[in-house]
Design a protein around this ligand. Structure first.
Ligand code: ADP
Ligand code: MG
Length: 548
C-alpha cells in the first residue's frame, strides 16, 4: 500500500493538504461562533454588527474552501483507484497456470469487482476523515496548549486512553471485513456455477435447489455485512459514550473557570477546542481500524503475495534439435503418486502415442512436459538444457496444444485460429483446410471473419474441436501436444485429422483412445502408462504384437 501512495508523492501531498483545508474552516467556525457570543455578552451593537459581518463572510469563504478542497482531492483518488484496478488485474494475469488454477476463475472476478468496490467505498472516505479530524485534533491541542497548558495536557492524557481502548477493536474489525470479502467470493462462484450449468440444471429440474442455495448465500453475505456494520457502530458507541463523559467533566471545569472571571468568548472558544480534541479522536479511532481493514483488502487483491514461492524464472532460449530427455521423473498430487520413475527419450520429429486408462496420468505427463507444473522429482532436459531453466515465453512460442476441452473466444474465426496475430491469413486458410473445417468455408465465403458467439455456442462440438486443431496447426511449432484431439469427431473425420497430425513436421505427443487402422501405425512409438509406470513400444511392435 505504501508503494502505491509513494508512487504519486506530490499528488498525495496535495491530497493531504486538501483534506486539511476543512481544518481551517473548522477553526474559523470556532472563532466566529465565540465572537458572536462575545458580542452579545458585550451588549455593544457595533460589536454585534461586526460579528455578523464576519459570520457572513465566513459562510462564503467556507463554501469556496470546500470546492477547492474537493477539486484538489479528486485527481489523486481517481488515479489511485485506476492503479489498483490495473494492479489487481495484472497480478492475476501474471500468475503461472498452476497458481492460477488453484482458485476458481470466479474468485478472481469477485476480487476485481466486489473487493475493489469495497475498497473504493471505504478507503478514501475513511482517509479524508482521518486526515481532517487528525488535523483538527492537532491544531486544537496546540492552541489549547497556548491558552491553558495544564488543561491541554489533561485532554492529551484522555486521548491516549481512548487510543488504547480502540486498539483492542482493531483485529476483529479487520477479520470481519475479510469475512465479507470471502463471502462475496463464495457468492460469485455460486452465481457463476448456476449460469454456466443452467442447461444441466434445467434439464434435470434442479434449478430450484440452486436458487435456494444462492438465496442462502445472499443471506450470508448480507448477514456478514450487517455483523461488520454492527460491530463498527458498537465500537463508535463505546467511544462516543466515553467522549460524552469526558465532555461533562470539561464543562464542570469550565464553569469553575467562569466563576474565577473567565470571559464567555474565551470559555466558548476553549470548549470548542476541547471538543476538537475529544470528538475527532472518538471518531477517528474506529475509522483507523476500518482503514486498516481496507488496506488488508488491497493487499489481498493487488499486493505482493507473501510466502508464495518465488522460484527463479528460467531465462535460457528454447532450442530443440535433438531430443527431450526425461530422467527418473516422479510426480504426485499431495499424497497421491501419479507418475513414478519415468525415463524416456523423445526424438525430434518423431510421433508418440500416449496410452493408458482414464486417470492413469496422461494429461499430467503432458502438463509436466509443457512447464505447467514444475514441482516434480527427476529432470526433463531439452538438448541437454533443463526445462526449468528455459524461458517460459520462448517455450510457449514453440509448442502448441490441442485439448479435449476447447475454449473459443467470443471473436472472429480468424482471431480464434491466429490467436490475434496479424498477417496470418494464408496460414489460417491452410489450417482450416487441414483440420477439416472446409464445411464452414463452403457455407460462407467470408468465413474467416465469421463471428463465433460465447465459447462457440453457434458451432457443433466437432467444429469447435476442429477450430482448436486449426489453431495448433496454424502456429509454426517444434512440438505439438494433442490431448484426445479427435475424441468428439466421427471416425472418418478423426482418421483424417490424425493423418494430418502425423504428417506434420513437428514432434507430436498425442493422447488418444482411438485406433485408426492404417493411420495409427504411423506413430513411431507408443507409450503406455500403467500404475504410474511407463512402457515404451515401437509403433510397429505395439500394433503388430501388443494389440493384435
Ligand atoms: P488421464 O489424463 O490419464 O486421464 P490425469 O493425468 O488427468 O489422468 O490424472 C491423473 C490422476 O491425477 C487422476 O487420479 C486425477 O484424479 C489426479 N489429478 C489430476 N489433476 C489433479 C489436480 N489438479 N489435483 C489433484 N489431483 C489431480
Ligand atoms: Mg486426460
Amino acid at each position: 500500500m505504501k508503494d502505491l501512495l509513494n508512487k504519486r508523492k506530490k499528488a498525495f501531498a496535495v491530497y493531504v493538504a486538501a483534506c486539511l483545508i476543512p481544518v481551517i474552516t473548522q477553526m474559523m467556525n470556532n472563532y466566529v461562533f465565540a465572537r458572536l457570543l462575545g458580542s452579545v455578552e458585550s451588549q455593544n451593537m457595533r460589536e454585534f454588527y461586526i460579528a455578523i459581518y464576519i459570520a457572513a463572510s465566513f459562510v462564503i469563504l467556507s463554501t469556496l474552501l470546500y470546492i477547492l478542497s474537493r477539486f484538489l482531492r479528486i485527481r489523486f483518488m481517481r488515479d489511485t483507484i485506476l492503479d489498483i484496478r490495473l494492479q489487481a488485474f495484472d497480478k492475476i494475469l501474471r500468475y503461472n497456470l498452476e497458481r492460477f488454477g488453484k482458485k476458481s476463475k470466479d474468485v478472481y472476478v469477485s476480487n476485481l469487482i466486489n473487493d475493489i468496490n469495497l475498497f473504493e467505498q471505504n478507503f478514501f472516505f475513511k482517509l479524508i476523515n482521518i486526515i481532517f479530524r487528525g488535523g483538527v485534533y492537532v491544531v486544537s491541542l496546540v492552541v489549547l496548549l497556548i491558552l491553558d497548558p495544564r488543561f491541554a495536557l489533561a485532554i492529551f492524557a484522555v486521548s491516549v486512553v481512548i487510543f488504547l481502548i480502540s486498539k483492542r477493536f482493531e483485529k476483529k474489525t479487520i477479520d470481519l471485513q475479510e469475512d465479507v470479502s470471502g463471502r462475496n467470493e463464495a457468492f460469485t462462484v455460486n452465481v457463476a456455477n448456476t449460469f454456466n450449468g443452467l442447461e444441466i440444471l434445467k434439464l434435470n429440474n434442479i434449478e430450484e435447489t440452486f436458487l435456494d442455495k444462492t438465496l442462502k448465500m445472499i443471506d450470508r453475505v448480507e448477514s456478514k455485512k450487517m455483523h461488520y456494520g454492527i460491530f463498527a457502530e458498537g465500537q463508535r458507541s463505546i467511544t462516543r459514550l466515553l467522549g460524552t463523559g469526558i465532555f461533562v467533566v470539561i464543562l464542570i471545569y469550565m464553569l469553575e473557570q467562569l466563576n474565577q472571571g473567565l470571559s464567555i468568548t474565551r470559555m466558548t472558544f476553549m470548549i470548542q477546542l476541547a471538543n476538537g480534541c475529544v470528538w475527532p479522536l472518538e471518531q477517528v479511532m474506529p475509522m483507523i481500524n476500518e482503514l486498516k481493514a481496507s488496506v488488508k483488502i488491497y493487499d489481498k487483491i493487488a499486493g505482493n503475495d507473501v510466502g508464495e514461492s518465488t522460484a527463479v524464472e528460467g531465462q535460457l532460449p528454447f532450442v530443440f534439435n535433438e531430443c527431450i530427455e526425461i530422467k527418473n521423473l516422479s510426480f504426485h498430487f499431495e499424497d497421491r503418486k501419479v507418475l513414478s520413475d519415468i525415463n524416456l527419450k523423445i526424438e525430434k520429429g518423431k510421433k508418440y502415442l500416449l496410452k493408458g486408462s482414464s486417470g492413469s496420468g496422461k494429461s499430467t505427463l503432458i502438463k509436466l512436459l509443457s512447464k505447467v507444473y514444475d514441482d516434480y522429482e527427476g529432470t526433463i532436459e531439452i538438448d541437454g538444457v533443463n526445462l526449468k531453466d528455459i524461458k517460459i515465453s520462448e517455450f510457449n512460442d514453440k509448442v502448441s496444444f490441442i485439448f479435449q476441452d476447447v475454449f473459443l473466444f467470443e471473436d472472429t474465426l480468424y482471431n480464434n485460429i491466429a490467436l490475434f496475430k496479424p498477417d496470418y491469413e494464408e496460414r489460417v486458410k491452410e489450417a482450416v483446410k487441414k483440420s477439416g473445417l472446409s464445411d464452414l468455408a463452403e457455407r460462407n465465403l467470408n468465413f474467416i471473419n465469421m463471428d463465433l458467439s460465447e465459447n462457440g455456442k453457434n458451432l457443433s462440438g466437432g467444429q469447435r474441436q476442429r477450430i482448436s486443431i486449426a489453431r495448433a496447426i496454424a502456429k509454426d511449432v517444434d512440438v505439438l501436444f494433442a490431448d484426445e484431439a479427435t475424441s468428439s469427431l466421427d471416425a472418418e473425420l478423426g482418421r483424417k485429422i490424425e493423418e494430418t497430425l502425423l504428417t506434420m513436421e513437428c514432434t507430436l505427443i498425442a493422447v488418444s483412445h482411438r485406433t485408426y487402422e492404417e493411420v495409427s501405425e504411423m506413430y513411431d512409438f507408443v507409450l503406455e502408462l500403467k500404475n504410474g509406470h511407463l512402457t515404451t513400444y515401437s509403433g510397429f511392435e505395439y500394433f503388430e504384437e501388443v494389440v493384435a
